[in-house]
Design a protein around this ligand. Structure first.
Ligand code: ZN
Length: 460
């Protein structure tokens, strides 16, 4: 039922799960040595959205998201880039920092109403699996060892450029410069599977024994090892931000496929960047915005979630404060509107069909959101609208049910004012009725008169 753009084939494809009605889904998670910014959160939200759409379609999803807690931390902070590195002097410090930022990340996920992945494996707790995979690659003569590291030999994996579609030659030119400068490295594009704790990494704090001496794993092997462990190989869908396409995902594919001689994942989904005032977010440019930056200014986390729904995942989303304000207002209007609806009853089949078509059309959430607003504006009774809206919210994740339930708890004072106002209206005492309307508004509720009687809405 779901048609989704597969980065691997560069076309829309119908999802055909490996196991009937079940989907194995891996989304790359955060590195936990700093707070995540809202650009990272947009990528993580894409994973949540994919999961929710699949579940809406009736699939049983197994959602795996890694936590990268094996950072490049050395006690002499030789890269000098990150304050946290200077703070970390011992292994306990490293794990303390990772724990702190993992917790902060999970709080952000919760605030954004993301469904917790079923498994959140930590890289540091899967070193044995990573070593096993590297050993297999060496045994297959696809990886080689130097004095400083173990490398993946890209020349042994001809489809290395499948995901990027670039010519291998131009990819080599663009190969990362920050790998160990090692005379025994065969090719600049070869990437590290295992760093030995020598040279610039001799003081690396996190270290484990391995067949190649004490050291630590490279940047990509954790995802190959952990996805195989929890989802098998191949699995159905692999997602992440577009910045992970190369080198991270290209390397994941190379490692996993060269080792197991079968595909890693059938469908690859990449979400576009979030821009801040039209520029790419970077700490150095002073536009490092976190969820806390938004909530400190009085926005609700779900306003940010709403904002991400307004842009298709394959288009860049330009974050501005005006755009966030518009999202907050739209969300508040939605909350206000539903607050007057009666208990949900039989929904609106036609809208539900359109909604499902939109989400299954390559996750067209902007369209799904437009359908949501069309429904709210429609002539259907509130109870019917609410029934469908609560269904839609399984995907939108805007906490419509909780908000509606909360708004229905009408304070006694408001109920009394309402009763008195109805009496005043019956007695044609419109001055008094108007005073009571104002008193009700002061209590945070709006009363509107319709041909069928009054409607009470909670102000948002
Ligand atoms: Zn990954």
């Amino acid at each position: 039922m779901l048609n989704i753009f597969n980065s691997l084939t560069r076309k829309l494809e119908a999802l055909k799960p490996i196991k009937d009605k079940q989907v194995g889904f891996y989304a790359c998670g955060p590195t936990v040595y700093n707070y995540v910014h809202i650009g990272n959160l947009r990528s993580i939200l894409l994973g949540d959205l994919i999961r929710r759409v699949l579940e809406y379609d009736g699939y049983q999803v197994k959602h795996v998201m890694n936590i990268t807690d094996v950072g490049h931390l050395t006690s002499d902070a030789d890269t000098g880039e990150d304050k946290m590195e200077k703070e970390a002097k011992t292994e306990m410090d490293v794990y303390g920092i990772a724990t702190k930022y993992t917790r902060a990340f999970l709080e952000d996920m919760n605030a954004l109403n993301m469904l917790p992945p079923h498994v959140m494996p930590k890289a540091s707790e899967h070193i044995a699996e990573q070593i096993k995979l590297i050993k297999l690659l060496i045994a297959r003569d696809i990886a080689y060892e130097s004095d400083e590291a173990v490398y993946f030999d890209v020349s042994k994996f001809p489809s290395y450029n499948q995901l990027t579609g670039q010519k291998l030659g131009s990819m080599m030119l663009g190969a990362r410069q920050d790998v160990v400068r090692d005379p025994k490295k065969r090719n600049p594009i070869d990437f590290v599977l295992w760093f030995k704790a020598v040279g610039r990494y001799q003081n690396h704090i996190l270290r484990w024994d391995s067949p190649w001496g004490v050291g630590f794993p490279g940047w990509h092997i954790e995802c190959s090892a952990m996805s195989a462990k929890y989802l098998g190989q191949p699995f159905d869908i692999h997602a992440g931000g577009i910045d992970l396409k190369f080198p991270h995902h290209s390397n994941e594919i190379a490692q996993s496929e060269a080792a197991a001689k079968k595909p890693l994942a059938n469908i690859w989904v990449h979400g576009e960047h979030l821009l801040i005032d039209a520029s790419k977010m970077a700490k150095s440019e002073g536009n490092f915005v976190t969820l806390k930056t938004l909530t400190d200014k009085g926005y609700s986390p779900l306003a940010f979630r709403y904002l991400t729904l307004t842009a298709h995942y394959r288009t860049k989303l330009n974050f501005t404060w005006d755009a966030l304000t518009a999202a907050q207002n739209a969300l508040n209007n939605l909350y206000q509107e539903i607050s007057s609806y009666d208990q949900p009853k039989v929904g609106c089949a036609e809208f539900e069909q359109h909604f499902q078509d939109a989400i299954n059309d390559d996750l067209n959430l902007p369209q799904a959101l437009a359908i949501t607003h069309d429904l709210v504006r429609s002539e259907y009774p509130g109870s019917a609208k609410l029934q469908s809206l609560l269904k839609f919210d399984q995907v939108l994740g805007l906490k419509l049910k909780e908000t509606w339930e909360e708004a229905r708890k009408i304070p006694d004072v408001v109920s009394r004012f309402i009763g008195s106002r109805e009496e005043a209206r019956k007695a044609k005492n419109f001055t008094k009725a108007d005073e009571l309307r104002k008193a009700i508004e002061k209590e945070g509720y709006l009363v509107e008169d319709t041909p069928d009687g009054y409607r009470l809405k909670k102000k948002f």
